[in-house]
Design a protein around this ligand. Structure first.
Ligand SMILES: [Fe+2]
Length: 367
């Protein structure tokens, strides 16, 4: 009998292989605007969702990634249009780059205008409604490509009662069987334990609400003038992500501001991390240096600015710049795979599992 469907690959003695980062890719403002126009010119699809995924040339497996595990879609709605409610097990960050509208998530309604950021948890039904007079344009970041790779991107249109999601009935089950009274036994002093199956199916819940960071508020707390005693870079923190310090469970988003009039810093070495970084520049201009490749950018350009484990650095001048960065940092903390090297002559740290790098208040910006 020789009907094996698998192969055996001899990996005996395989030498450690280096990481080969994806190339940086710049999507210009002009190309984004053209795609927005094209999407607006088409007839509305049946579910109302006008969107285009920005796919990296190295993404050849159909998972539609701009990074190996990150989808970025250009999403637009005409005034008055609304989308059919949907729910999926991907989480997403939305950044509004034009127009305004409302996002309905379950029984919550949130306004989202220019430069506001939204965190949308998984498995909470949502729809979008353009309540303004201009096209409503958003960049939507999600972990859908990673889920597609795993074969588990679950997505469905929501049912008629989608705004009243209730916990399914558990008739016939003994509700006394739950993690609170399940066995939890010490095996060894070092920490190994044996636990009942209840710990796997009745997991402690950390409520994750959809959240909005309005630009009107965040812009007050970012440096907007040289020496105004405000930070240049701030994390949009969702408390549900706890110590993983995310905006969603997969991603953090940061807002960065290099104020007009503030001199730039001299060109030097970059830093690197296993998390992937995607920058959207919404004001000013500058350049990024990614593994030696110089990439000039301007307001409205999207850039895969920090491919995983690339050495990268970003530069601005006295004309100023503002950037939204999205990075799959919380995902890596959860996997214990977040390796980080702040200085090329410094240590490679496993952040979250060993003492972190102290002394920095921004990328290679010592405090
Ligand atoms: Fe970085």
């Amino acid at each position: 009998m020789n009907d094996k469907t698998y192969t055996l690959v001899d990996v005996s003695g395989a030498a450690p292989a280096p990481i080969v980062p994806w190339a940086p890719v710049l999507v210009t403002r002009e190309d984004i605007e053209l795609e927005v126009e094209r999407l607006l010119d088409e007839a509305a699809p049946a579910d109302g969702r006008r969107a285009a995924a920005v796919v990296h040339p190295s993404c050849t497996d159909g998972t539609l990634g701009f990074g190996p595990g990150v989808e970025v879609t250009i999403t637009v709605l005409k005034p008055g249009e609304r989308t059919r409610p949907v729910l999926r097990n991907a989480n997403q960050i939305e950044f509004c780059i034009g127009g305004a509208g409302t996002v309905l998530v379950g029984d919550q309604t949130m306004a989202l205008g220019k430069w506001d950021v939204l965190s949308l948890p998984s498995m909470q039904p949502y729809c979008h409604h353009n309540t303004g007079t201009q096209p409503w344009v958003r960049l939507v970041y999600s972990n859908a490509p990673l889920l597609r790779k795993l074969g588990v991107h679950w997505i469905e249109y929501a049912g008629a009662d989608w705004q009243k999601k209730t916990i399914a009935a558990t008739a016939g089950l003994n509700l006394e069987i739950n993690r609170a009274n399940a066995p939890d036994l010490r095996i060894a002093a070092a920490g190994a334990r044996l636990r009942g199956y209840e710990f796997l199916t009745d997991i402690q819940v950390v409520e994750n609400r959809p959240l909005v960071w309005p630009w009107q508020e965040t812009s007050q707390l970012l440096a907007m003038a040289p020496c105004d005693d405000k930070r240049n870079i701030m994390l949009l923190y969702n408390p549900a992500t706890e110590r993983r310090n995310g905006t969603t469970h997969s991603f953090f988003a940061t807002l960065f501001s290099h104020p007009k009039g503030q001199p730039g810093r001299p060109v030097g070495r970059g830093h690197k991390h296993s998390s992937i970084a995607i920058n959207y520049h919404f004001a000013g201009h500058g350049k990024s240096v990614v593994d030696g490749q110089v990439v000039p950018w301007k307001a409205g350009d999207l850039l895969l600015s920090g491919p995983s484990w690339s050495e990268h650095a970003h530069y601005y001048d006295e004309t100023g710049a503002m950037i939204l960065t999205v990075q799959d940092h919380p995902l890596h903390i959860g996997m214990e795979s977040l390796i980080w090297q702040e200085r090329m002559d410094g240590p490679i740290l496993n952040l979250g599992s060993e003492a972190g790098q102290k002394g920095y208040i921004g990328p290679r910006h010592a405090g």
